[in-house]
Design a protein around this ligand. Structure first.
Ligand code: FNR
Length: 185
């Protein structure tokens, strides 16, 4: 089973990236049959319908990664109570048909939602918007459990995350997502 992680923050020391890395470790320990990859999408251009065809190479690459995935796990902060712009842009690309014969690669994919933020919401607002957008696209959103990590700095020292209070919830979500993907097959 292939799980592809998409991190909604581009920041090098991103807490959401660190949560994704912790999720990968958990999956390795608890579900050795799962391959976990974090998507590199640094080179994705702004969506512009004028440049959809031919498919830009960066878009071909991220689409192939999503095609190969049995499930996609999003780890994202919220920016101003909303989906970070770059992540929305990536999802807009993934929402578009690939060609006259191939629909959007994200449609029907099992997707899990996690997020961490400095504030008290734990990125919940972004997750609500993500769920709304993804449900519209006929993506199979695992609506529950989701994981919101508020005040993420309180579980970090010097920018290094050491999940303590949130660790059991991440474990629970990892197990649930594996079951969710199996059920969707
Ligand atoms: C934020 N941050 C933030 N936090 C929050 O809890 N609610 C919010 O609405 C916002 N809004 C917001 C807007 C913008 C433009 C930035 C750059 C940041 C703070 C955010 O939670 C914090 O920077 C996290 O550390 C971002 O996640 P990563 O980069 O650590 O994964």
């Amino acid at each position: 089973m292939n799980v592809l992680a998409i991190v909604g923050s581009k920041r090098m020391g991103s807490y959401n990236l660190q949560v994704a890395q912790a999720a990968g470790e958990l999956l390795k320990q608890r579900h050795p049959n799962v391959t976990f990859t974090i998507l590199n999408w640094d080179d994705v251009p702004f969506m512009n319908e004028d440049s959809e065809h031919p498919e830009p190479p960066a878009i071909a690459r991220v689409r192939q990664a999503v095609r190969n995935a049995d499930g996609v796990w999003l780890f994202s902060p919220e920016y101003n109570h909303a989906i970070p712009g770059p992540l929305k842009n990536l999802l807009d690309w993934l929402s578009r048909p690939v060609s006259a014969t191939e629909g959007p690669v994200i449609v029907g994919k099992p997707v899990a939602l996690s997020g961490a933020s400095i504030g008290m919401s734990g990125a919940e607002h972004a997750q609500e918007q993500l769920a709304c957008m993804l449900n519209y696209l006929n993506v199979r959103v695992m609506n529950k459990p989701r994981l919101c990590i508020p005040h993420v700095g309180s579980q970090a020292k010097g920018g290094v995350l050491k999940l303590d209070a949130s660790a059991p919830y991440l474990e629970r979500q990892a197990d649930a997502f594996v079951r969710f993907i199996e059920a969707a097959r």
